[in-house]
Design a protein around this ligand. Structure first.
Ligand code: IMP
Ligand code: MG
Length: 178
């Protein structure tokens, strides 16, 4: 099956917005340190770009989760595939995600991580599809709200492809393939 990618948000637009969010975080965390948690793999490109723009001391950790459910909808029950290396106790934590869709994954994940007693925990996402929300998660920093379309690039994949695109694009399938 072949597909085309239509640019939704250009590299320049994404970079400019990440800069703005970085500046907002610098103001909000003045005099503190931030501990960024990247949810692999989708969050990794965004976290690197964001971290470069944060001026307060930054530490990084990574985790990988898989959600029980079928390919298209997450059940919300999350299995930790790779856990964090460091404890969260007493830290000002920001979870960095690629996209919030139904909200199920983050709802469940934040519940697990809050039990590890961070001093504070906020959520930062590159993209949000608010129309799709099933679970009410509070997002503290959102780069872009987008319509309900399947997007790739900047860490987001379609069947593990396109994560490396430096922009956000919508996947369009050729009519002949339908
Ligand atoms: P949810 O919020 O639990 O429904 O799941 C969010 C996860 O679904 C994200 O972390 C992505 O891995 C995946 N996802 C949702 N929408 C898209 C999309 O448009 N493109 C690529 N992955 C997506
Ligand atoms: Mg993700």
């Amino acid at each position: 099956m072949s597909e085309k990618i239509r640019v939704l948000l250009s590299e320049e637009e994404v970079d400019r917005r990440i800069q703005e969010i970085g500046e907002q975080i610098n103001r909000d965390y003045e005099g503190k340190s931030v501990h960024l948690i990247c949810v692999l793999k989708g969050g990794v490109f965004f976290m690197c770009e964001l971290a470069k723009r944060i001026k307060v001391p930054v530490s990084l950790d990574f985790m990988s989760v898989s959600s029980y459910g079928d390919e298209t909808s997450s059940s919300g029950v999350v299995r930790i595939v790779k856990d964090l290396d460091q404890p969260l106790e007493g830290k000002d934590v920001i979870i960095v995600e690629d996209i919030i869709d139904s909200g199920r994954t983050l709802y469940y994940l934040m519940d697990i991580l809050k039990k590890r007693n961070p001093k504070s925990m906020r959520l930062c996402t590159l993209l949000d599809k608010p129309e799709r929300r099933v679970k009410d998660v509070k997002v503290d920093y959102t780069c872009f709200n987008i319509p309900d379309e399947f997007v790739v690039g900047y860490g987001l994949d379609y069947a593990q492809k396109y994560r490396n695109l430096p922009f956000i694009g919508v996947v369009e399938f050729d009519d002949a393939d339908k």
